[in-house]
Ligand binder design. Structure first.
Ligand code: 13P
Length: 256
């Protein structure tokens, strides 16, 4: 399979931004600006409380709605958490799992990331699994070891038939929200390495079909050159996804 036959996905991660009323406006605007752009899938991952407004505004458009986290238990005494079944019933199609901010500030480990991924896949959700090295690890020259280990631990026990619902987002932590983007060559090197690890865990065909996104200060100015790389099949965009005009330009860059 060639890059052209993989699904390109441009996803926004709004993080903790926008209220339901702001969501209604931003989703409608994003849908308007990206309508007819069928060269990629367009996803907006919104805060839990914005999901109802987002799915309503996205109805009948090409924008798909995602959440930013999911708990691994089906139900029970887990105050503040949200289950995969809850997300499904709310019309969510995608969920981000293992974002570096969850790992950094909320104690997520590869073990809980794996459990969340499995619960989401079992419920029929598509998972955007985030991984990536921190600056000290890159400087120490252990990016490959770290990312390869995360890939293996986070995908542990996930059957081959569920891999069609997995997207991996390579997000070097040092590039997130810093304005420091990985060079297209750095992004390509790690995305290609992740694909190789997935080929080893599953099959070359599954690895070739896998959408691997880059995330970290991607914007309308640098998206085209990142997306031109052979193993970069999309983007997970934070800051620039909050402004529909900027996000739509990234979607435009993915049409080539
Ligand atoms: P920024 O695009 O703001 O760097 O955020 C990237 C990110 O964390 C997406 O999940």
């Amino acid at each position: 399979m060639k890059k052209e036959s993989r699904k390109v996905i441009i996803a926004g991660n709004w993080k903790m931004n926008k209220t339901p009323s702001e969501t209604k406006v931003a989703v409608a605007e994003t849908a308007k600006l990206t309508s007819g752009k069928c060269g990629c899938e367009v996803v907006l991952c919104v805060p839990f409380v914005d999901i109802a407004a987002a799915t309503e505004a996205a109805k009948g458009t090409n924008v798909k709605i995602g959440a930013q986290n999911v708990h691994f238990k089906a139900s029970g005494a887990y105050t503040g958490e949200i289950s995969a079944a809850m997300l499904c019933e709310c019309g969510v199609e995608y969920v981000i799992v293992g974002h570096s901010e969850r790992r950094q500030y909320f104690g997520e480990t590869d073990e809980t990331v794996n459990l969340r991924t499995r619960a989401a896949l079992d419920a029929g959700l598509k998972v955007i699994l985030c991984l990536g090295e921190v600056l000290e690890q890159r400087q120490a020259g252990i990016t490959e070891e770290i990312v390869s280990m995360q890939t293996k631990l986070d995908l542990a026990g996930i059957p081959a038939e569920q891999m069609k619902n997995v997207v991996i987002a390579y997000e070097p932590v040092w590039a997130i929200g810093t304005g420091l983007t990985a060079t297209p060559e750095q992004a390509e090197e790690v995305c290609a390495m992740i694909r190789k690890v997935v080929a080893g865990l599953y099959t070359p065909e599954i690895a070739e079909a896998l959408t691997i996104q880059y995330g970290g200060s991607m914007n309308d100015g640098n998206a085209a050159e990142l997306l031109a790389k052979l193993d970069v099949d999309g983007g997970l965009i934070g800051g620039a996804s909050l402004v529909p005009e900027k996000f739509a330009k990234i979607v435009d860059a993915a049409q080539a």
